[in-house]
Design a protein around this ligand. Structure first.
Ligand SMILES: [Zn+2]
Ligand SMILES: [Zn+2]
Length: 135
C-alpha cells in the first residue's frame, strides 16, 4: 500500500473512532456510515464496515454480535455488559459490577479451547418502562 493510501485510511479510522466515541447508542455499521459521511462525503459503506471490523479486531472498539440482528459497534473498548430493550431495540450499557464477568479463556476438560463468550441482558429501557403500551 502506498503512503498516501495509508494516510487516508488512518485519517478515516480516526474520524470513525471519534464519531463512535461521541455516542453511547451502540450504532450499527449503517448508522456509523451516516455519522462519518458528514465529514467524509465520499466514503463508502463497505469501507466503513471494513474499518469497523479492523478496529474491533485490534481492540480499539467493541463489536456486539448478540444485540439484535445487525452487528453493533461500541467506541468503549473496556469490558462491560449490554442490555437490549425488548420493546424498542435500544442497546445500552449496564452499570453492574465486574463480579458478573465470566472467565473466558480456559481449556475445558472435554477438550475445547474456550476463547470467549457472548451474552446479553434483555429487558426494558427507562423510556419503555414508563410506557405500559410499549411492549
Ligand atoms: Zn425501549
Ligand atoms: Zn457498551
Amino acid at each position: 500500500m502506498s503512503r498516501p493510501e495509508v494516510k487516508r485510511m488512518t485519517q478515516q479510522r480516526r474520524i470513525i473512532l471519534e464519531e463512535l466515541g461521541k455516542v453511547t447508542s451502540h450504532p450499527t455499521a449503517d448508522e456509523v456510515y451516516g455519522m462519518v459521511r458528514v465529514h467524509l462525503p465520499s466514503i463508502s459503506l463497505g469501507t466503513v464496515y471494513r474499518d469497523l471490523e479492523a478496529m474491533s479486531g485490534s481492540g480499539l472498539i467493541q463489536k456486539l454480535e448478540t444485540c439484535g440482528r445487525q452487528k453493533r459497534f461500541d467506541g468503549n473498548p473496556a469490558p462491560h455488559h449490554h442490555v437490549r430493550c425488548l420493546a424498542c431495540g435500544r442497546v445500552g450499557d449496564l452499570q453492574t459490577d465486574t463480579e458478573l464477568y465470566i472467565k473466558a479463556d480456559f481449556d475445558d476438560p472435554g477438550g475445547y479451547k474456550v476463547t470467549g463468550y457472548r451474552m446479553e441482558y434483555t429487558g426494558l429501557c427507562p423510556d419503555c418502562r414508563r410506557d405500559p403500551l410499549a411492549i
